[in-house]
Design a protein around this ligand. Sequence first.
Ligand SMILES: [Zn+2]
Length: 248
Amino acid sequence: MVDWFARADVDGGVVRISEPHVNELLSANFWWLRGDDRDVVIDAGLGVVAVRQAIPGLFERDPMVVLTHAHLDHVGGASEFVDRAAHPEEAGILAAGVPASLYGAELFDKLGIDAAEEDIPELMIDVLPDAGYDPAAYRVAPMTLHRLLDDGDRVDLGGRVLTVLHLPGHTPGSIALLEEHTGTLYSGDIIYEGALIDDLPNSDVAAYRRSMQVLVDLDVSLVHPGHGNSFDRTRLRQLAESYLRRTA
Ligand SMILES: [Zn+2]
């Protein structure tokens, strides 16, 4: 049995969980935040291996999972959680079952990505989690939401509060979570180090540009993104301004 998840404790009762055996295109971070009354998990990974068994303690306090958007690498594990929340504009895709495959060509096809120019990996994981695992059986189950989150809504964990920022562009219902008290932004796929994806069938460059303008002006000290390493406000501004220049 492979150690599927990597777990890192960051400051302030926050745990970063990632999936190192997943191809870099799909290897996402998810974040476990502990409040006084309740825990929240922001995103839930690809769903190849059950989170409940692999991350001891994660489910002890009946956490709510908040989904930044409805892509397989962020929501694959979400059906394990009893209490799920996301933006209303992602609810339809989640209810229908998000497009998913561990085979590169099939996945690109399902996502509507024109892969003519790209080098498509045959399999999106570099090892099987156990010898009997069948990648062809992988899918993301349809799921309902128990709470809809829109811009300005607050998620109160007791002792820590997250404010929802609706920042569309990557997808119509992409949200980030801002903890104002610590100046920490959980940005999902809205912004991270690396090529941002704005050419999916439901992406919107004009909306993405408006979202980037919000991020340029946002007063935060730390960004925990959906992919790659965390960064500070200076880097946030650089990344957002570079997107605005590139798409001008
Ligand atoms: Zn995404």
